[in-house]
Design a protein around this ligand. Sequence first.
Ligand code: FE
Ligand code: ZN
Length: 241
Amino acid sequence: MSLQIVRIPVLSDNYVWLVHESVSGETMVVDPAVADPVLIEAKAQGWTITQIWNTHWHGDHTGGNAGIKAATGCTITGPAAEAERIPAIDRLVAGGDCVKLGEIEAAVMDVPAHTAGHIAYHFASEKAAFVGDTLFAMGCGRLFEGTAEQMYANMRKLETLDDETLIYCAHEYTQSNGRFALTVEPNNMALTSRMAQVDAMRLRGEATVPTTIADEKATNPFMRAASVAEFAERRAAKDRG
Ligand code: FE
Ligand code: ZN
């Protein structure tokens, strides 16, 4: 892997991802909720931030845009459909576009539902995807600006990625997602053993992401829903819980 990826925990449960490409020397930030902890981590690594990539407009994903741009002069890329709500955005992209960190390419995927213009960034050559608030470990984003049909379609899109693809999501929601997943599939052995592992990791204060497509196919009740109706029922039950 020619990318180095550093996880920066901020706010109560957000993860900001710092991604360094060593050939070009470029460093990119995915969804900076805040500026200072990101600037401090980049400095500690000896890296200079050249780009920010946003997945959607929510403040806990874009709150650091202006501060990081002011400090570094970086270029900000984000979803065209949400451009007017993304601070300091420079470059508007949508599904099918290609973005680059150095010479390494990422495909932009449209994954609307959590927000209407939500996108994800997939580095096929690196087997890594940055999915914001669309897919979580054993969970998926809430349907704030979209429908169950759309999120179900997103699950179908994401499950086509290579099984080993690392999924970099934006929150540490794994344990509560897993507790819900167990109510849906109490006899899923992959799920019960994953949850035992997750509980132990959280007890030690460890992060449980990135996850992988293979793990999500085996344990995620939203990815595993067999129809839009089943997906919608599970999403509604999780929202009530
Ligand atoms: Fe969000
Ligand atoms: Zn979020």
